[in-house]
Design a protein around this ligand. Structure first.
Ligand code: BMA
Length: 339
């Protein structure tokens, strides 16, 4: 039996049992999807690729909100049950280290990861080109922007939820300025969340068609006794455009640039009407999970069709067994990742 090792009990995690009709994957959708629908709050037309975390006796979310002028920014959400969200209609008021307003020109695809006593927000920011923005908060009232960790172009930054060998670790996906038709996941480490280096390659696009164009980190890796469980996105280029599916891999616990298992099958692919139809059709884009160490339950939050937020469920033992049973590694997966 695989166990989740860190994060602690989360008895109020949202949950629904697996329906008997789900036979092709170890991940199933919440019957009440989408959990955040279009026009959720004044001035925001769509909320999608967004991240959640437990906070105090409820939950918080950093939400990718596409304003009615089309420019994305990050908004706060608050919830008692991680299903029904109260959304702040003001953007997150980022400040610099001196406390002066320091707003990004745009901000999208946020992740939210707690390391020790601090919550970090990573997003795609305007840094003379798309790059990674970073901020910290302890109370979700003051949000201090930190140095941008990497030069452009880069997206899909995902911090690990604890230091490994005394260092902070962050996944990212170097890219170009457009709708990047390539992309591998890399790992970088830092002693202080300011200086990043010792970059390692983690995984390239896969051999399988659903992830044959590019891959990118998704939710913060979950520590299990089999390794770091990573939900990521894999993209296929079809004659009608890109299709984003959710994939699963398990990274070595002490050297996470080594992929131990990588599932050849997608775990979730656009099938529901709110995933197949929307502002950008055929997108399932995972950004966060909640997990309960007691039961092994995992709730996955993903953007659907760049329009709404979806919620899906799995259980750690079931998903890890499925990934191991269907693992197909490439040569670069098993390398330490430096040349
Ligand atoms: C990517 C990002 C995501 C988006 C996806 C599909 O490049 O911009 O925010 O969900 O494309 O449009």
């Amino acid at each position: 039996m695989t166990k989740i090792l860190t994060g602690g009990p989360l008895p109020n995690i949202p949950w629904e049992d697996k329906p008997a009709s789900v036979v092709n994957a170890p991940v199933w959708r919440f019957s009440g999807n989408p959990v955040i629908d279009r026009n959720p709050v004044k001035g925001v037309a769509r909320i999608f690729n967004s991240a959640v975390a437990p906070f105090e006796d409820g939950f918080v979310a950093v939400l990718r909100g596409e304003q009615v002028n089309g420019i994305p920014h990050i908004y706060m959400g608050y919830s008692r049950d991680a299903i029904h969200w109260k959304i702040d209609e003001n953007k997150i008021p980022f400040v610099d280290e001196e406390g002066k307003p320091f707003m990004p020109g745009y901000a999208y695809d946020p992740r939210l990861v707690k390391v020790e006593d601090t919550y970090y927000i990573m997003w795609c920011t305007d840094f003379y080109g798309a790059a990674i923005g970073l901020a910290r908060t302890k109370d979700f009232k003051t949000f201090v922007r930190m140095e941008n960790p990497f030069i452009p172009f880069n997206r899909n930054a995902v911090l690990f939820p604890r230091k490994v060998n005394g260092k902070y670790l962050m996944l990212s996906r170097p890219s170009d300025s457009g709708h990047t038709p390539f992309g591998d996941i890399f790992l970088s480490e830092s002693p202080d969340m300011i200086y990043w280096g010792r970059h390692r390659h983690v995984m390239s696009r896969g051999l399988e068609w659903w992830q044959s164009l590019k891959v990118g980190g998704g939710a913060a890796p979950i520590e299990t006794d089999e390794g770091w469980l990573l939900f990521y996105h894999g993209v296929s280029g079809t004659c009608n455009g890109y299709v984003y599916s959710i994939g699963g891999a398990i990274l070595d616990i002490d050297q996470p640039s080594i992929v131990k298992y990588r599932c050849e099958n997608f775990l979730l692919t656009p099938e529901a009407p709110y995933e197949e139809r929307g502002f950008v059709a055929n997108v399932c884009f995972p950004c966060a999970t909640l997990q309960d160490t007691e039961t092994g339950r995992i709730a996955i939050y993903y953007g659907a069709a760049d329009s709404v937020v979806g919620l899906a469920f799995t259980e750690v033992n079931e998903v890890v067994s499925y990934i191991k049973d269907h693992s197909k590694l490439t040569d670069t997966d098993t390398e330490i990742g430096i040349r």
